[in-house]
Design a protein around this ligand. Structure first.
Ligand code: HEC
Ligand code: HEC
Length: 209
């Protein structure tokens, strides 16, 4: 990860934040019924194919929803199931819904301790020998992400979902990341790294706010 890529990513993240009007969580609560079937009424889905959205930053959610709706940058069979559910919603509806899910609290999973220990080391320290940066430097010590920069929260997420996304960055099928920052990092991760770090993340406590 070069310094310029990080700065470019930050700038894009801030741009994304400014590009949308702030959503209204109270209005979003009513509008979120259409999302609940998959993502759960409280933003904690019951099946790992559906990511938890509880506590996820609104600017990041908006960027993903736009990518999924346009079937650009994140097209895959699972994402395709969401498209018909959102095509008729306005940008304001999606802003409100994202603002609502951001206020909720994510549940955590029971991570396997041995696997999670390997994942913790990689998450916190990276691996200088393989030019892998610390994940924590962007995603935060508690996995809560950075809302302003649209760095997603990862704590409590289903390990199957996180691993799928890391593989998608690695094979280049997910291209939503500004300046290719996650594609570059994921290209250096082994299957064992992905499994371990995803397991660790699933057990990280993530407070709602
Ligand atoms: C039919 C099931 C379904 C419904 C209904 C649905 N989604 Fe999704 N959603 C998915 C799936 C599956 C993914 C993960 C796609 C992937 O693996 O790339 C996803 C991903 C997302 C993401 C990206 C999460 C992340 O961490 O990157 C957001 C944000 C999102 N959905 C918001 C919504 C909103 C808002 C609604 C309602 C307006 C909604 N979804 C309705 C299935 C659904
Ligand atoms: C330079 C900052 C940065 C670093 C370092 C970084 N990430 Fe990311 N990560 C991001 C950004 C930005 C995104 C969202 C990109 C997008 O919109 O697709 C992201 C997305 C993700 C996602 C997808 C989340 C979701 O809900 O779909 C996972 C999983 C992830 N990162 C894991 C990691 C792991 C594991 C590491 C360390 C090996 C790491 N990241 C290091 C910035 C970073």
């Amino acid at each position: 990860m070069t310094r310029s890529a990080i700065v470019a990513g930050l700038a894009l993240g801030l741009l994304a934040t400014g590009a949308f009007a702030a959503g209204d969580p109270a209005a979003g609560k009513l509008k979120a019924a259409v999302c609940s079937a998959c993502h759960g009424a409280d933003g904690n889905s019951v099946d790992p194919v559906w990511p938890k959205l509880a506590g996820q930053g609104a600017p990041y959610q908006m960027r993903q929803v736009m990518a999924i709706r346009s079937e650009h940058g994140r097209a895959n069979p699972e994402a395709a199931t969401m498209v018909p559910m959102i095509v008729n919603l306005s940008d304001q509806d999606l802003e409100d819904i994202s603002a609502y899910f951001a206020t909720l609290r994510s549940t955590v999973e029971a991570a396997d301790p041995d696997l999670a220990e390997d994942g913790r080391r990689l998450y916190q320290a990276g691996d200088a020998g393989r030019n892998i940066p610390s994940c924590m430097s962007c995603h935060g010590p508690g996995g809560r992400g950075n809302r302003l920069a649209a760095f997603p929260a990862l704590g409590g997420q289903y390990p199957e979902y996180s691993a799928k996304q890391l593989r998608a960055y690695r094979d280049g099928s997910r291209t939503t990341d500004p300046a290719g920052m996650m594609r570059e990092i994921a290209s250096r991760l082994t299957d064992a790294d992905i499994e371990a770090v995803s397991e660790y993340l699933s057990g990280l406590y993530q407070a709602g706010s």
